[in-house]
Write a protein that binds this ligand. Structure first.
Ligand code: FAD
Length: 388
């Protein structure tokens, strides 16, 4: 809504609509009705309207083999399994786009890889021109190509679980530890009154493994008990130490397999998607896919990795976490920069450092004088974190 106030008549209003159906005709009917409604509003209210589709993907049925497999598994376990239409369907839609373009989908758990004169040989059964290992944190492809696991200090461990009740939680909450490097617990409410809760720690700062992390999580989130069977843990190889993403000209690593997880936040999905797309592009377009992929990855992320590694080291000292969160809370531009760094490919610039320094200095001055505190704090700026 522009201007962004809820109690005035807005100059401009934008509404996002997601229309899903198993029949393309039903989607077309809904779009026709929506545009007819907009036309009526223009005639009757003298306003200007616009309808812009962002994404237009045809519905795709899930493969019969997968559906039958799930039905059989349910029946074997003694369940009466109803068939539902998925409203999400992203995987089948993406797979359908690739198979329509000529790709063949085969599912197989890879155990071995060999670089042969004829190509990259997988399990002595299939030979590929190029292999992209996107097989996660414990990548078999990376180990088979001689790439070591990340050492302690460049690895984190995360736990995530689901509670039956959200205990009054109504927003995303982080509880950051000071001087522990990347170390925080999170909780956010889910539909149906439940909550997603979790915790992440650097492995070299956590003695006692998963049990210790679970205890710390219970301490940080005292009113939120995840169901024991819902708690899952996983290792996160951080981008502060990365293997060669192209150990051979025709064998590439992407996502967690290439240790591309952000060392400040533990986020990895963005980097998995970005690197996977770059690897795929290099595989089909370059004469030396390894060199092309390495160079594209470096071009996009080298500065970001340098800066996040430096800040990750600072987070092991007392002070920086608190200062960073205070400045981001006070200054929207610093918050934006922090989000770019922790969730995307952002970097630290001299201007950003100066701006954060000014916000921090204002905060210090405000603490010294409560009156100044009132004047310098922006309206409606939500607190970023509960600090302990
Ligand atoms: C608790 C937790 C919470 C997280 N929350 C977030 C978050 O909120 N935001 C975010 O950005 N990141 C988050 N992450 C990190 C994120 O999940 C990963 O970085 C991301 O999933 C990496 O994608 P990937 O495709 O590289 O690997 P994965 O998602 O791990 O996918 C690897 C795939 O390879 C398959 N595979 C493995 N071995 C083989 C084999 N030998 N042969 C064939 N297939 C194989 C696996 O079955 C899997 O399907 C979280 C991680 C954890 C543990």
């Amino acid at each position: 809504m522009k201007p962004n106030s809820t109690n005035v008549i807005p100059g401009e209003d934008r509404l996002g609509v997601d229309i899903r159906d198993v029949e393309p005709e039903s989607i077309t009917t809904i779009i026709d009705e929506a545009t007819a409604c907009l036309d009526r509003l223009e005639r009757e209210r003298g306003v200007k309207t616009e309808f812009t589709p962002d994404l237009d993907i045809d519905p795709v049925p899930m493969s019969d083999r997968c559906r039958e497999g799930m039905l059989a598994a349910g029946a074997n376990a003694g369940y009466d399994v109803p068939e539902l239409v998925s409203g999400a369907g992203h995987d089948p839609m993406r797979i359908a786009a690739a198979t329509d373009a000529g790709a063949e989908l085969a599912t197989h758990r890879v155990a071995s890889l060999r670089l042969g004169a004829e190509g990259v040989v997988v399990d002595e059964a299939r030979t590929a021109n190029v292999v992209i290992g996107a097989d996660g944190a414990n990548s078999v492809v990376a180990r088979q190509l001689g790439q070591p696991r990340n050492p302690a200090g460049h690895r984190a461990v995360a736990l995530r679980g689901y509670t039956e009740e959200a205990g009054g939680l109504d927003e995303l909450t982080f509880d950051w530890k000071s001087a522990e490097g990347m170390a925080y617990s999170w909780a956010f409410p889910l539909a149906g009154g439940r909550a997603n809760v979790g915790a992440i720690r650097l492995t070299d700062r956590l003695s006692g493994g998963r049990a210790a992390l679970q205890q710390e999580m219970a301490h940080d989130l005292p009113d939120l008990y995840p169901r024991a069977d819902s708690v899952k843990g996983h290792t996160l190889p951080l981008a502060s130490r990365r293997p060669d993403p192209a150990p051979a000209p025709r064998a590439l690593l992407a996502g967690d397999a290439a240790s591309l997880i952000n060392a400040l936040s533990g986020e990895g999905i963005y980097y998995a998607l970005a690197s996977g797309a770059m690897a795929g592009h290099a595989a089909v377009t370059a004469t030396d896919p390894g060199a092309a992929y390495r160079s594209r990855l470096r071009g996009r992320f080298a500065a970001h990795w340098r800066h996040t590694r430096a800040i990750a080291a600072l987070l092991r000292l007392p002070g920086p976490v608190t200062s960073m969160l205070i400045t981001a809370d006070r200054d929207p531009e610093t918050l934006e920069a922090l989000l770019d760094l922790t969730l995307g490919d952002g970097t630290v610039t001299a201007r950003r450092v100066r701006r954060a320094g000014t916000a921090l200095a204002r905060h210090a001055a405000a603490r010294a004088s409560p009156r100044a505190a009132k004047a310098t704090r922006p309206h409606g700026d939500p607190a970023l974190t509960r600090r302990r």
